[in-house]
Ligand binder design. Sequence first.
Ligand code: ADP
Length: 482
Amino acid sequence: MPIQRLQTKVTLTYVVLTVVTVTSLAILAGIATKRYLVDREVDELEERITALAELLPTETDQTLAALYRSVVRFARATGLRITLIDSAGTVLIDSDVPIDHTSSIENHLSRPEVQDAVRGRIGVATRRSATVHGELLYVARRMRLAGATGVLAGVRVVRVSAHLTDVDSMAAKEQLAIILSGVVVLAVVIAVSVVLSRRIARPMVTIADAVERIRAGELDIHITVRGNDEVARVARAVNEMVDKLKADIVRLKKLERVRTEFFGNVSHELRTPIFSLQGFLETLMEGAVDDPQVNRTFLKKAYEHSVRLNSLLEDLMTISHIESGEMKMSFRYFDLYEVLTPLMEEYRTSAERNNVTLRLVPSASDAVEVLGDRERLRVVFENLLENAIKYNRPDGEVSVSYTLQDGFVRIAVADTGVGIAAEHLPRIFERFYRVDKNRSREVGGTGLGLAIAKHIVEAHGSTLHVESTPGKGSTFWFTLRS
Ligand code: ADP
């Protein structure tokens, strides 16, 4: 399809409209002029015929030849053709036909103006005459010659006619004037519409160009919008669309990067325990199994790696469960003390092994009810407790506390451990992020604990906070509805 330019379309529309308007004006003006002139001539002929109808009877000495002469004289003086007709339609006198030829004129009864006149009305008709060239106007009326005898007593109708040729040429002149002024108007219309249509089309062209560039993949586009009309709205919408598209692309790219990174991390994390496991088992198979000095140590190490592999897989499953949005929470009120006490007991052995003292600091009333998913929150406490023990110093302390604060319970797990430097704080909740990789691995960390804890706390409409002083210790805390 050839490109249709908006500007051309608008200009053409104006031009066609103007041509149609001027043409119809010219036609209407022609018709109106002609009608006006004909009406005027009809009026004039009517006046003449009235004068004639009054004059003729007095002019004549009632002989046919004398009347004919009067009629011809009258016709010459007025420039009209005059016809006298009897009630049967027979022409008795015609100013354009010699008196001795009158009988050859055909009967006039069927002529509409004669019909009207016979019935007592003024008859008017325009026709092309077969005898005389051009259009003729006929006006007829009833007339009697008082006191006439013979044929003249039969005169019933007098008819006058005149050429209409002038009317046509005058109408044509009128039309020509209109057409000429139409041409001038048309020139003005073309000039104005070219300017106007360019102004209308230009912003549309800008938008079309921009959209084509967007389709080609170019996104650094901003259409300058002026005004507040429909075109400006389209331009604004295109700008917003591009901005949104750009934002979506950035988000998608980030998501893709995060995903790839995650898979890279997962395979890396899995590889270490698997390789170690394989290594120990191979050494054992190659003979170490028979060496009582090493076989137990190797088996124990192999077992530890399989345990690590297992906890890694468990954490991975939990996190993918959470992130796919499949994890459904079930909120109930439960007693914090009832959950925390046995949990602390569970961790006592591992704390002792690390020379760390565990303390539960309950609030004034022991029974504090919180609203939450008990099982998921237990996972949060486990992860925080584990970290507090793992990253502590010998003879350190871990204290779990909860305090009531206007409708909320603030739960904190504080340790006296290595602490976290400020630059790491914003990142420790990321998956697989560790401040000290070796230490985390040594103590059996997966790098997923805090990420899981953060998700679960957030699913409770809360936030997991951390405050830490390197060398002194860290406090992880969050609030729950009470
Ligand atoms: P990990 O399994 O490695 O412990 P987490 O997600 O639980 O993974 O924690 C991420 C990192 O945050 C840890 O590797 C550690 O460096 C740091 N971290 C977490 N808790 C503490 C803490 N109580 N004291 C010091 N560092 C901590």
